[in-house]
Design a protein around this ligand. Structure first.
Ligand code: SMG
Ligand code: MG
Length: 370
């Protein structure tokens, strides 16, 4: 099903402005260990193919025409069988991830185990950062950052792009001081020719710079790493655990942002975490403006031991006036609690789901029913 959720405030990045989210949710029904169960998945594809090649209508189509028929043909299905079955199809990691998430949720609800337990969490709450979009003016940026710090967020990430970068970082550092944990995200907006320009960021003691260069440009990231002191973190470039190992071996990054959707599911996300941990590379949990469903799974993932940096796991009210689930709230310590109930530990609130649903398609073995 598709839901339309207006964002509390527009979110501008180097690839465009989001004012609302058109989100594909997956609901599976089945029987696990003899008990009827349902599970929820959230697809993080955006409405346009700008962050990556995936987009929400494309994800819905590939799920309907290829992925669900393939899974139904397989008969008995467990969450750890989803990715291997869908591996015959190229790409579409976000669409694949949403199906695996839903099957995993269904399975864990019956087993009475939480996502956190299943993935290997070692914490019951995780430190929350917040991602601040590009604003029209420096004044607006400072006001937004001040608001988020008042809320209690433990680290600030500023979106940057060419022309809206050094002076913004300087202004935030100047106003909030050296104690502020600060990082930037370029969403692939620069090239290696900008190395000297980006090296000016070294003066501001940033925790990291996220994805400065193109998604497919590991070699240039490794060269950039020799030309600036600020640690390079990759987001868009890391598509699998193997890809993470390659990027680390090449010296293209020293920190990794993990998003389950981008790597094809929460089970692969755990493997990315494991590879990074073996190499001593810190990881943190990225965000894709999820509802409470995706947030529940992200917060569980962020509770694994290698997630040593605050994630883009902000509270529900940073995104939505009203979330689809019971809201995630920021504790006075700047942490968000990890759900402990079976499966995701949260579910859509029926009247809220009904209010935001724009379409729904049921995909039984015989063909789609709308
Ligand atoms: O969920 O808090 C969130 C958003 C975090 O900045 C964020 N995500 O590149 O890391 C990123 C972006 C991708 C989505 S931008 C529409
Ligand atoms: Mg990013």
């Amino acid at each position: 099903m598709r839901v339309a959720m207006p964002l509390r405030r527009p979110f501008r990045t180097s690839f465009g402005t989001q004012t609302s989210r058109d989100i594909l949710l997956v609901r599976v029904e089945g029987v696990a260990d003899g008990a009827a169960t349902i599970g929820w998945g959230e697809c993080v594809a955006m409405d346009e193919p700008r962050y990556s090649a995936e987009y929400v209508a494309g994800a819905a189509a590939v799920i309907e025409h290829f992925f669900v028929p393939e899974l139904l043909r397989a008969g008995d299905l467990r969450a750890d069988g989803v990715a291997p079955l869908l591996a015959v199809f190229e790409g579409h990691p976000m669409a694949k991830a949403s199906l695996e998430m839903a099957v995993l949720d269904a399975e864990l609800r019956v087993a009475g185990r939480s996502f956190a337990e299943h993935l290997g969490a070692v914490r019951d709450r995780v430190p929350a950062g917040v991602s601040v979009g590009i604003t029209d003016t420096v004044g607006q940026l400072l006001d937004q950052v001040a608001g988020y710090l008042d809320d209690g967020y433990l680290r600030i990430k500023l979106k940057i792009e060419p022309g809206v970068d050094i002076e913004r970082v300087a202004a935030v550092r100047e106003r909030f001081g050296d104690g502020l944990t600060l990082q930037v995200d370029a969403n692939a907006a620069y090239s290696l020719d900008d190395a000297a320009h980006l090296a000016q960021l070294d003066a501001f003691d940033l925790l990291l710079i996220e994805q400065p260069l193109a998604t497919d440009d590991l070699r240039h990231h490794s060269l950039l790493a020799t030309r600036m002191r600020t640690p390079i973190c990759l987001d868009e470039s890391i598509l699998s655990a193997k890809g993470a190992a390659d990027a680390i071996a090449l010296g293209a990054c020293s920190i990794v942002n993990i998003k389950a959707g981008r790597v094809g599911g929460y089970l692969e996300a755990v493997r990315v975490h494991d590879v990074c941990q073996v190499h001593g590379v810190p990881v943190w949990c990225g965000g894709m403006l999820e509802t409470g469903l995706g947030r529940a799974a992200n917060v569980a993932l962020a509770a694994l031991p290698g997630f040593t940096l605050p994630g883009d796991t902000s509270a529900s009210d940073r995104y939505w006036i009203r979330d689809l689930t019971e809201p995630f709230v920021l504790g006075s310590d700047g942490h968000v609690a990890v759900p402990s109930g079976p499966g995701l530990g949260v579910e859509p609130i029926p009247d809220m789901l009904a209010e935001v649903t724009t379409s729904s398609t049921w995909l039984p073995a015989g063909g789609a029913q709308r």
